[in-house]
Design a protein around this ligand. Structure first.
Ligand code: NOJ
Length: 556
C-alpha cells in the first residue's frame, strides 16, 4: 500500500453554527473557530472538517448552497477563511470543507435561471420530468419525508429533490454542470484545503427508469434507495471527479457513502478508488434496529459487534474506513449507547476507546470529548430543523399520538448534537455574548470544557490520552497499518480486538456493560497503554473487567 499523509490523521468535526461565536450575533463563525485552534492543537488532532460555510439560505443549515464561491456572511468573509487556513497551517492542522454537490439551494442562480426558462441550458442542470396524470413522475419519497418531486408553477413538470424541496438535485449526466463543479472544487483546493468531506455523494447517479414502486407507507410513497443510492455506474462520475480535482492536489476525501456490500468498497477506497476513505455507518440508527435497545443493551452491543467486525475485516483488504460515533446528523453517543442511569466517566470513556483504535481514521465530533448530551424538548415547537418536523409528521401519519411522536423525536433527532458548544459555566456557556441561535443545554453548568481542562480524571483529559496514544510514534505503524483481529467474541457485551504487525501486538478490550465480566486470558502483557480505571484485576488466568472498563495492552 502506498503511504499517504492523511493515513496518520485524527479528525475533529466542527459544526460552525454551534462551535464558537466571536461577534455576539449568537451564531458561531470562522473567527470563533480561529480563536479555538489552540484548544484543538492541544487536544492533539491534526485535521478539522468544517460543515458547510458557503453562502446559503440555511434551510438545511448550510447544506443548501446558493453560491459555492462565497462564505455565508453569518460565518464571516473570504478573508476570515484565508486567515483560518493560514492559522491552521501554522499549527500543522489540515482543513477539510464540506462539499455539497448532489444538490444546490433553490436560490442558486443556476436553479433560478432554470425555473425562469424550462428550455434553457440551466434547466438541464437539474432533474426535471413530466408528471403523470396530474401526479408527480413517480412515488419516490424524499429522504426527509414527503414526495421527492416538487411541481413547477402551473406546468405539468416537476423537479427532483431527495432532501428538502429547497435542495433541488443536480443532474450529473450533464457534462457542462460537471465541469462547473470541478472548476469550483479546484478553486477551493487552490486555496490550500487539505480536502473535503463529500456530502450525500452516493446519490449523484439516479436510475432513470423512474417507475412507480409498491408503496411502503400510508402516504403511498416509497424509499426507493436502490434507484438513487450507489447506483450502478456511479463510479464513472466519481472517478472523473477524482481525476479532475482531488488527485491533482493529493487531497484527503471522506465520502458520506454507506457502502453495505463490503466488496464494493474497492471502487470507493481501494488503491485506485475514488476517495481516500468512506464513513462506516454500520453502528448507526440507519443500520442497527434499536427501537427498543434500551431494554436490551447487550443484544444491541452484540449486533453492533458483528456488523463492525464484518466491515472492518472486509475493508482492510482495500483501504481505510473513517470511524466515528457522533456527528451532526445523530443524537449524542452517550444517550444512544448508554442507558441513562449508567452514564458516567467510565461508560463515556469506554465509548471513545471502543472505536479509536479500529483500523481507519478516527473522527471526533465537537463536544463528544467533554461528554455533551442530548437535550430533549418539551414541545415539538422548540425544535428548529426541517427534517425533525418532517419526521414528526411521518410518525403522526403512522398513527402515533403527538406525545408518542415527540418521544420518538426526542430519542432520535439530529438536533441534539447541534446545541452550542459548552466552553464554560459562564454566560451562554462561553459560546456567545448574544442570544444563541439554538438553546444551550442547561447542563453546561456542570458539563463544560473549562471544568475538565485541568482535571486529571476528566473525559477531556482521557480523550487527549486516546489521541496521543493513537498518534504515538512507537505505535502509530501498528494502529494505522496493522491487521485487525477480533477477540473474545464469545463473550456477551465485550468488544475487543487486536492490532498487529510483524513487530507489535496491541489488544483493546472494552466491557460494554455495567456488569463485571470475567474473561479467560492467556496472554503475556508487556505493558498497559491505557486504562479508564486505576487498576486491572488479573487473577491467574482470569481477567476481571469492571463495569464499562476499557483497557489497551501491549502484548509480548
Ligand atoms: C448529509 C448531511 O450530513 C446532512 O446534514 C444534510 O442534511 C444532508 N446530507 C443533505 O445535504
Amino acid at each position: 500500500m502506498n503511504k499517504a499523509w492523511w493515513h496518520n490523521s485524527v479528525v475533529y468535526q466542527i459544526y460552525p453554527k454551534s462551535f464558537q461565536d466571536s461577534d455576539g450575533d449568537g451564531v458561531g463563525n470562522i473567527k470563533g473557530i480561529i480563536s479555538r485552534l489552540d484548544y484543538l492543537k492541544d487536544l492533539g488532532i491534526n485535521v478539522i472538517w468544517i460543515c458547510p460555510i458557503y453562502k446559503s439560505p440555511m434551510v438545511d443549515h448550510g447544506y443548501d448552497i446558493s453560491d459555492y464561491y462565497q462564505i455565508d456572511p453569518s460565518f464571516g468573509t473570504m478573508e476570515d477563511m484565508e486567515l483560518l487556513l493560514k492559522e491552521c497551517k501554522e499549527r500543522e492542522i489540515k482543513v477539510l470543507m464540506d462539499l455539497v454537490i448532489n444538490h444546490t439551494s433553490d436560490k442558486h442562480p443556476w436553479f433560478e435561471k432554470a425555473m425562469e426558462d424550462l428550455d434553457s441550458d440551466y434547466a438541464d442542470y437539474y432533474i426535471i420530468k413530466e408528471g403523470k396524470d396530474g401526479n408527480p413522475p413517480n412515488n419516490w419519497r424524499s429522504i426527509f419525508g414527503g414526495s421527492a418531486w416538487e411541481k413547477i408553477g402551473d406546468t405539468n413538470k416537476y423537479y427532483l429533490h431527495l432532501f428538502t424541496k429547497a435542495q433541488p438535485d443536480l443532474n450529473w449526466e450533464n457534462k457542462e454542470l460537471r465541469s462547473e463543479l470541478y472548476e469550483m472544487v479546484n478553486y477551493w483546493l487552490e486555496k490550500g484545503l487539505g480536502g473535503f468531506r463529500v456530502d450525500a455523494i452516493s446519490h449523484i447517479k439516479k436510475d432513470f427508469s423512474y417507475v412507480n414502486l409498491p408503496a411502503d407507507g400510508p402516504d403511498g410513497l416509497v424509499d426507493a434507495w436502490e434507484y438513487y443510492k450507489n447506483t450502478t455506474g456511479i463510479e464513472v462520475f466519481l472517478n472523473e471527479l477524482k481525476e479532475k480535482t482531488f488527485k491533482i492536489y493529493d487531497s484527503m476525501t471522506v465520502a458520506e457513502a454507506d457502502i453495505k456490500e463490503v466488496d464494493r468498497l474497492v471502487d470507493f477506497i481501494g488503491e485506485n478508488g475514488c476517495f481516500s476513505t468512506v464513513f462506516d455507518f454500520c453502528h448507526t440508527i440507519y443500520n442497527v434496529n434499536d427501537e427498543k435497545w434500551k431494554d436490551k443493551p447487550i443484544k444491541m452491543v452484540n449486533e453492533i459487534r458483528e456488523k463492525l467486525f464484518k466491515k472492518q475485516l472486509g475493508a482492510a483488504k482495500y483501504g481505510f474506513l473513517s470511524n466515528f460515533i457522533e456527528n451532526h446528523d445523530l443524537p449524542r453517543c452517550v444517550n444512544r449507547f448508554i442507558p441513562e442511569k449508567e452514564i458516567s466517566f467510565y461508560s463515556e470513556s469506554m465509548l471513545g476507546t471502543l472505536y479509536f483504535f479500529l483500523r481507519g481514521i478516527p473522527f471526533i465530533y465537537q463536544g463528544q470529548e467533554i461528554g455533551m448530551t442530548d437535550f430533549p424538548k418539551k414541545s415539538i415547537n422548540e425544535f428548529l430543523d426541517l427534517a425533525t418536523y418532517q419526521n414528526y409528521e411521518k410518525y403522526l401519519g403512522k398513527g402515533l399520538t403527538e406525545k408518542e411522536a415527540l418521544k420518538r423525536i426526542n430519542i432520535e433527532c439530529r438536533e441534539h448534537s447541534r446545541t452550542p458548544f459548552q466552553w464554560n459555566s459562564g454566560e451562554n456557556a462561553g459560546f456567545t455574548s448574544g442570544a444563541p441561535w439554538f438553546e444551550i443545554n442547561p447542563n453546561y453548568k456542570c458539563i463544560n470544557m473549562k471544568e475538565q481542562e485541568d482535571r486529571e480524571n476528566s473525559l477531556l483529559t482521557y480523550y487527549k490520552r486516546l489521541i496521543s496514544l493513537r498518534k504515538n510514534e512507537e505505535y502509530k505503524e501498528t494502529f494505522i497499518y496493522g491487521d485487525i483481529i477480533p477477540a473474545f467474541n464469545e463473550y456477551d457485551g465485550i468488544i475487543s480486538y487486536e492490532r498487529k504487525n510483524a513487530k507489535q501486538r496491541v489488544l483493546v478490550i472494552n466491557n460494554c456493560s455495567n456488569k463485571p465480566s470475567i474473561i479467560k486470558f492467556k496472554e503475556n502483557v508487556k505493558q498497559i497503554l491505557l486504562n479508564n480505571y486505576n487498576d486491572i484485576v488479573l487473577k491467574g488466568k482470569n481477567l476481571e473487567l469492571l463495569p464499562y472498563q476499557s483497557i489497551v495492552l501491549e502484548l509480548n
